[in-house]
Design a protein around this ligand. Structure first.
Ligand SMILES: Cc1cc2nc3c(=O)[nH]c(=O)nc-3n(C[C@H](O)[C@H](O)[C@H](O)COP(=O)(O)OP(=O)(O)OC[C@H]3O[C@@H](n4cnc5c(N)ncnc54)[C@H](O)[C@@H]3O)c2cc1C
Length: 410
């Protein structure tokens, strides 16, 4: 049997390794447009490669995928994070779990992850075809013909599409697989950037550039999103950080442009009831009746942020704590939990993944095989699946790539 795997990223690498280690008699052609395998894997996690997660509870794991969690069930149960962990360790890459449950190579070097695959391919039947860009896939009878630039088309029995999404396009993942999928009868759902920062037009936001806050939640009045809390940072352009990325995933399909801005409300104390928030500010002011309110609030949040909170509530920061009236207490308590950011865009090209992709109802989740074109399989980000930061996207790619590889052998 001849199998073409289009795309030598996370899912393609795992699919090729799975096939060649399970049945060396299968001829595997791993087609990658770059001169190197796994370019995005190497740069992931800031070059350290957050290869999977230390989370073992499956319900918690599924909650980390805003899209595709149900579809991922077979793949993730078949190749859960602990088995991914064991797999890499048994292939010579010692891993470690950090305090926040992210898993990295002990070496903190993403190249070690890709090297593990290179070693497998050096001793198996996988033909790694680097610098080869697939242009078109044609199905004639039971065979697929792979058309690549500057090469004559060649026939294979099965195809696994692992061309990724279209985030960080310069890594080679430019969305080609969406066109291949459509030409083979599949639907591509609307696509959007996910795991991105937000740009804001608020001058006060930019003045706070560099100020970070450990634990906040975000919401918008555009759509309901489950509450997720975490750290964020003000930048010269807007806001970024783990909770912003998570929120961007939940609101991936909401428009945020200069002509149609999206209001994002930041709750700086998500675990505090509104009455308690009011109470905290009142008590602090009562304790320091002669101190300026800006100083009093500066003991609760960073001083520069306290200054902006006063400005946003139109309270003179020099007002003494003892002079704040009930209306002002209410306004302060409100702004602490509803800090309004005017988002006019997402960081251009800085998203980590693409939300949307191959329509999941057209793919068998227990095999990754197309329900429309027999012999065609999918793996990784090309599917309408995306996760939060924390190793969940690579975990999904390893698991779907492995499932596609195993299914081809059945
Ligand atoms: C900066 C950054 C950091 C990230 N960090 C993490 C992290 O730490 N942990 C995590 O879980 N996720 C992370 N992600 C997300 C994760 O890297 C991706 O979700 C994952 O790599 C997707 O795997 P994939 O195999 O589907 O696609 P990719 O890894 O994108 O691989 C697709 C491959 O297909 C090739 N290709 C595309 N079209 C063609 C064609 N026509 N012909 C030949 N080859 C083609 C591409 O060159 C590419 O090598 C990060 C993403 C980015 C951008």
């Amino acid at each position: 049997m001849k199998v073409a795997i289009i795309g030598g990223g996370a899912a393609g690498l795992m699919a090729a390794a799975t096939i060649s280690e399970t049945d060396p008699s299968v001829e595997v052609f791993l087609i990658e447009r770059n001169p190197e395998l796994g370019k995005k894997v190497v740069i992931s996690g800031g070059g350290r490669c957050n290869v999977t997660t230390g989370i073992r509870d499956m319900r918690t794991l599924f909650s980390k995928y805003p899209r595709g969690s149900k579809f991922l069930s077979s793949a993730l149960y078949g190749f859960p994070p602990e088995r991914v962990y064991e797999w890499f360790e048994s292939h010579g890459v010692p891993l470690k779990i950090e305090d926040d449950a992210r898993v990295f190579p002990v070496s903190d070097d993403g190249r070690d992850i890709v090297n593990a695959f290179k070693k497998i391919f050096a001793s198996t039947s996988v033909s790694v075809m680097l610098g080869r860009t697939a242009k078109f896939i044609e199905k004639k009878g039971d065979e697929f013909f792979i058309h690549c630039t500057n090469h004559s088309p060649f026939p294979v029995d099965k195809v696994i599409l692992t061309t990724g999404g279209q985030a960080y396009r310069h890594t080679g993942s430019s969305g080609d697989g969406y066109g291949f999928s459509e030409s083979l009868g599949h639907t591509i759902t609307p696509l959007a950037a996910s795991l991105s920062s937000f740009l804001s037009r608020d001058a006060w936001v930019k003045e706070l550039a560099g100020v970070s806050w450990e634990y906040a939640s975000l919401r918008t009045d555009r759509c309901a999103t489950p509450e997720i809390a975490g750290a964020f940072l003000f930048t010269h352009h807007g806001i970024t950080g783990p909770v912003v990325f998570a929120f961007s995933a939940l609101a991936a399909f909401e428009v945020a442009t200069p002509t149609k801005p999206m209001k994002i409300f930041i709750n700086l104390f998500p675990d505090t009831a509104p009455e308690k928030m009011d109470d905290t500010i009142r008590t602090a002011c009562k304790l320091h009746p002669k101190r300026s309110v800006e100083n009093i609030l500066g003991a609760i949040v960073p001083k520069s942020l306290a200054k902006q909170l006063c400005a946003l509530t139109e309270i003179n920061g020099e007002t003494h704590g003892g002079e704040i009236n009930n209306k002002q207490f209410a306004a302060l308590a409100h702004i602490f939990q509803n800090l309004p950011i005017t988002a006019i865009g997402r960081g251009a090209g800085d998203e980590f993944v693409t939300a949307g992709g191959v329509e999941l109802s057209e793919v068998d989740p227990s095999t990754m095989q197309s329900k429309i074109t027999p012999g065609l399989f999918f793996g990784g980000e090309i599917l309408n699946i995306d996760g939060f930061t924390g190793g969940f996207n690579l975990q999904a790619s390893w698991a779907t790539g492995r499932l596609a590889g195993l299914s081809i052998l059945k």
